[in-house]
Design a protein around this ligand. Sequence first.
Ligand SMILES: [Fe+2]
Length: 297
Amino acid sequence: MQRQLNAPLKHGVAAADPQPPERPDWTVDQGWEAYSAQDHGVWRTLFERQRRLLRGRACDPFVQALDDLPIGPDEIPDFRRLSDILMARTGWQVVAVPGLVPDEVFYEHLANRRFPAGNFIRKPHELDYLEEPDVFHDVFGHVPLLMHPVIADYTQAYGFGGLRAKQLGVLDKLARVYWYTVEFGLVQQADGLRIFGAGIASSALEAVFALDDPSPNRLRFDLERVMRTRYRIDDLQETYFVISDLDELLELARIDFAPIYARVAEQPELEPGSVLPEDRVITRGTGTYHAARHPAR
Ligand SMILES: [Fe+2]
């Protein structure tokens, strides 16, 4: 199996051999008291590394929210304390799940402003390798921006949208929108490009690669374009899409995607590294990184 550099962020895909849940919504108790000193130590290592890397790279609301939440280096956060603050700010809470959950379960949680977070943490020898999103990816990566009212609404809308897209058979299209925004989105701040996607914010390699490396493309976000664009689940991204402001996502939370799915269905799918003449290019990548990693392509 190919080594995965990023947390595979496919929250909605059920694990190969899922254990039947005790609760129908697949939640479990976080079991905060059961974390070992080693678990908290892994958290500290990851937290301190990302905090250093994200200085000047994460968008301002992410940095601010980290200060406002009980998320620090000393211990894995307690979901109950996170939820108290999130609930007061944007009506969200964090619930614990043991790993990947089925699509409908995931979307149902988001539609009800519950963010399902893995309650386990990676091992010390696997700091950059994950098979399923763990507590560091989910809490450090996702929870800060759930404090932002636009991301809070957008993520909930994605939950409703997921339930609908599943019925329409277009889940792959919607998943790309989530992937290229909530997971791997960049935002244009007045002082430069910044990270807002959790997949980037929680990855040491990708936090640098997404902003500083000459290899990937950085293109202006366009909804239909993104719906057509495949992505890499097992490696750093070849293309990042840039929104002008987090408020841009507000419109996406409000519009009806059904007619857009219909238009997109008539257009060809796009490879992760492709650049079209009509793209608004911020950085045309050299493609060097992926050319070396995937020489057959
Ligand atoms: Fe994620």
